[in-house]
Design a protein around this ligand. Structure first.
Ligand code: COA
Length: 198
């Protein structure tokens, strides 16, 4: 059972948009609106894989780049989360990902000042002298989130981070380093707050 219709539109959706063909889902998949794929540019044969009973609510966005791959495990809920994926984002099962959470496996722009200027010009839609984007200077690293992880409102998970099973990311935390299993982290940058019994 799912609320996605055979033509990949969503039942009672306010937009006529379809879920892209390289997105798959399991039994019990619920998606509030195909608008969640507004910024989807995935070109891989399989760009997004949703497991069984995954729910995608509210203004969640799957902004997947041409080479991006997202995998989301069974019973995971995304509520107004933004996933920006240039390489790989894997989220386990039974995860709760709250309002305003950002999960970004790439910086999307170079850190070096001169290259950032070029990138800004390259991204200007109507600029005729557009240079090539300095993509090779942009850092991207896969993100792996384990099973039964809860990410609170407005938290941010940055490139290269692995979060262990059963851990909790406090509201507003900015996670720049790996989080072990059964651990609460909080703050910016996120630091150990307490250990959970498993
Ligand atoms: C700021 C940023 C570009 C730095 O990337 P980087 O040069 O690869 O830096 P590192 O990951 O090596 O981090 C350097 C230090 O800054 C800290 N740090 C990095 N980003 C941080 C952030 N957003 N908040 C707090 N601390 C941060 C790291 O923990 C590290 O601390 P340490 O020296 O104590 O170990 C990157 O972390 C970032 O925030 N990228 C933006 C992602 C984003 O918003 N993408 C969408 C853009 S459209």
């Amino acid at each position: 059972m799912t609320n996605v219709l055979p033509d990949r539109r969503i039942e009672h959706d306010w937009t006529n948009r379809q879920i892209p063909p390289n997105v798959t889902w399991g039994d019990g998949f619920y998606c509030e609106s195909a608008q969640s794929f507004l910024h989807f540019k995935g070109k891989r044969e399989l760009a997004v894989e949703f497991g069984n009973h995954v729910s995608v609510y509210a203004a969640s966005q799957l902004a997947v780049g041409p080479q991006g791959h997202v995998k989301i495990g069974d019973f995971t809920l995304l509520v107004g989360a933004l996933l920006t994926c240039e390489s790989e984002i894997e989220i386990g099962s039974h995860c709760l990902i709250s309002w305003g959470t950002g999960i970004a496996d790439s910086d999307f722009h170079p850190v070096a000042a001169a290259q950032r200027r070029i990138d800004a010009e390259a991204l200007a839609p109507f600029y005729e002298g557009k240079p090539e984007r300095p993509i090779e200077a942009v850092k991207s690293r896969p993100i792996k989130i384990g099973n039964n992880v809860w990410i609170g409102m407005n938290a941010i998970v940055l490139k290269g981070v692995t979060i262990g099973d059963n851990s909790v990311i406090a509201a507003g935390a900015v996670v720049t380093k790996d989080v072990p299993p059964n651990t609460v982290v909080a703050g910016n940058p996120a630091r150990f707050a307490k250990r959970l019994s498993s």
